[in-house]
Every structure is written in C-alpha cells, then in structure tokens.
Write a protein that binds this ligand. Sequence first.
Ligand SMILES: Nc1ncnc2c1ncn2[C@@H]1O[C@H](COP(=O)(O)OP(=O)(O)OP(=O)(O)O)[C@@H](O)[C@H]1O
Ligand SMILES: [Mg+2]
Length: 112
Amino acid sequence: MKKIEAIIRPGKLEDIKNALAKYNVHGLTITQVMGCGKQKGKTEYYRGAVVELTLLQKLKVEIVAADNDVDNIIRIICDAARTGEIGDGKIFIYDIENVYRIRTGESGDIAI
Ligand SMILES: Nc1ncnc2c1ncn2[C@@H]1O[C@H](COP(=O)(O)OP(=O)(O)OP(=O)(O)O)[C@@H](O)[C@H]1O
Ligand SMILES: [Mg+2]
C-alpha cells in the first residue's frame, strides 16, 4: 500500500475528484495548505520587510491505494491537474504499513 500525496491548485480539485471517481477511487482526504516550490514565489516587499518566500494557497490531496493502483492514480492526477504553467503542483509517494477500517476491524487492501 502507498499514500499518494498531491499538492494541487485549488481550482483543479473538482476535475481531479471527477477523474478519480471514474476510476473508482472514493477515499481521499483534502487539506488546505500553503506552500511554495522552485520559484519561491517571488521576492517582494511586505510591510517594509523583504519577504524571501511567498506562500501560495494550495490543496493537499491524500489517497491511500493498493500498490497495483498507484501508477494509474498518479497518471489520473497528473492529467487532471496539469495546466502546463509553473505551479501545477507535485506528488509525493509514501509507503503505508497498514490500514484499518474502524467499523469492521478489517485491515490491509480490503480496508482501503
Ligand atoms: N520540495 C518540496 N517539498 C514540499 N512541498 C513542495 C516541494 N515542492 C513543491 N511543494 C509544494 O507544492 C506546491 C506546488 O509546487 P510547484 O508546482 O510550484 O513546484 P515546482 O517544483 O516549483 O514546479 P514548477 O516549476 O512547475 O512550478 C508548493 O506550493 C508547495 O506547497
Ligand atoms: Mg513552482
């Protein structure tokens, strides 16, 4: 099992959700985050002080998936999230040790 953590443009959430639903991915967690990437936002003055990093509003989408589904989910997210402009986002992949469905006590792939 892996966790796919995608940092995306907020305006792309609906497209990504719809694309994932078509692939039968229903479990996900969304968090509002702020961040910056390679361009560091741009250096600018803020209340008289030089700000080195400009943090931009992004969304974090977390999906835990079976190993066999990971490549497809990454492709779906990339296709739905891409505009081709800087700031399209980034995807991080983590190993997941186990998943438990609290209601039933199931664990492993069937609990995803
Ligand atoms: N190395 C990183 N570690 C943690 N978070 C990151 C990292 N790089 C980017 N992010 C997060 O992803 C968001 C989007 O990053 P962004 O798409 O600008 O990446 P980039 O590497 O600058 O690529 P691009 O050149 O396409 O803009 C950032 O606002 C930040 O929240
Ligand atoms: Mg960037």
